[in-house]
Design a protein around this ligand. Structure first.
Ligand code: PLP
Length: 384
């Protein structure tokens, strides 16, 4: 089966990991700050903080922005459950904004309408979290303009988008947001097995996330309530977590990051071959807005409403032909946990219509031309 996503581990990666494993520090050592410095350089954000996962980074980001009981956090239904769950961890009320049927990202029009209603009812959100679905940036300038008008903060869920550009600036530079969060799960663009990163331009947010990541413990004398008892002294000044990445993961991330540009270019080469080979089938191929260059985490294909073959049939027949298609995302508001909070089918028609007709094709940097040809042939025989 040709998978829909796959990591690329090289001899350089193995050597780097082996070097750390036999060094003095396998966690809380120098590779953490090294990876953070490299990532800050790659994205252009002054602050980058590693985390044990993107989920942990989202939780730290929301808490650092003060999200708590009585607050509201909005995101899209077309995302992994973690984006919304991290809001529930904070005790906040989570709500959703429907997607744009062309980009599958947060609809700026739907966001504006919902903000107008919320302003009238006194129910404005504290945080809005746009998700750069499939690696394609949301319309951040427009969302930022709404943030200025309605006073909410922005966390970008950039789990799919490391290596992508927005208005010719790397995603993660946080030009239009407070914090951006990345995932290094193996199906994403670069991997640390499990792992995540948060970037920000705001030193105070970076400081708060740093405390949250490690139990709320500080070793900075000027953050303590009294002078240190001695050089061994630390203080716990807030309630934090253990959301740390290990040095084993960090060195793998650093090694992977050196290949990021090449990975994105390779993904675009795969996209171009799909775009031209599949254009005459009864499916809708990914739209690429001009203001961004996608990191191409995914290649979603929507089965057209008038296609003679429906999605379930296409999915089954492609799997039978060895093509590991997948379906992302089941709208979060239709999950039992969110139904229990009052959401129901029909609440977000664009996300639900997308989910009813989509599947994703294999898309990764090391997808060979031979394997891609097998995918294309299978697509042509299923839909042709
Ligand atoms: C993968 C993913 C996450 C969670 O990432 P982890 O590193 O597995 O915690 C969150 N949001 C989106 C959009 C994702 O794709």
């Amino acid at each position: 089966m040709i998978p829909y996503g796959r990591q690329d581990i090289t001899q350089d990666d193995l050597d780097a990991v082996a070097r750390v494993l036999t060094s003095d520090f396998i966690t809380q050592g120098p590779e953490i700050s090294g990876f953070e410095a490299d990532f800050a350089t790659a994205t252009g954000a002054p602050h980058a903080l590693t985390a044990s996962s993107a989920t942990a980074a989202l939780h730290m980001a929301y808490l650092a922005l003060g999200l708590g009981v009585g607050d509201r956090m909005w995101t899209v239904p077309n995302t992994f459950v973690a984006t919304a769950n991290a809001g529930l961890y904070c005790g906040a009320a989570v709500d959703f904004v429907d997607i744009d049927p062309q980009t599958y990202n947060m609809s700026v029009g739907a966001l504006r309408t919902k903000l107008v209603d919320a302003a009238a009812q006194g129910t404005l959100p504290k945080i809005v979290t746009p998700v750069h679905f499939a690696g394609q940036s949301c319309d951040m300038a427009a969302i930022h303009a709404l943030a200025q008008e309605y006073g909410f903060r922005i966390v970008e869920d950039a789990s799919h988008a490391v290596g992508g550009d927005h208005e010719s600036t790397p995603v993660g530079a946080c030009i239009y947001s407070d914090i951006a969060v990345f995932s290094f799960h193996p199906v994403k663009i670069i991997t640390t097995a499990e792992g995540g990163m948060a970037t920000t331009r705001d030193p105070e947010l970076a400081r708060k996330m740093g405390l949250l990541r490690s139990h709320g413990i500080t070793r900075e004398p000027n953050e303590m309530t009294h002078a240190p008892d001695g050089p061994w002294y630390y203080q716990q000044v807030s309630l934090g977590f253990n959301y740390r990445m290990t040095d084993i993961q960090a060195v793998l991330g650093r090694s992977q990051l050196t290949r990021l540009r090449g990975y994105i270019d390779a993904r675009h080469a795969v996209r171009e071959r799909y775009d031209s080979a599949l254009s005459n089938l009864p499916v809708t191929l990914p739209f690429q807005p001009a203001y961004q260059r996608s990191a191409l985490h995914l290649y979603p294909v929507m089965v057209n409403a008038d296609s003679p073959v429906d999605r379930a049939t296409a999915f089954r027949e492609l799997r039978e032909r060895g093509v590991g298609v997948n379906v992302l995302y089941i709208p979060v508001h239709t999950q039992p946990v969110y139904r229990d909070l009052g959401f129901k089918s029909g609440d977000y028609p664009a996300a639900e219509d997308y989910y009813a007709r989509v599947f994703v094709l294999p898309m990764y940097a090391k997808l060979t031309v031979d394997d891609q040809d097998k995918v294309i042939t299978a697509m042509q025989s299923v839909f042709g």
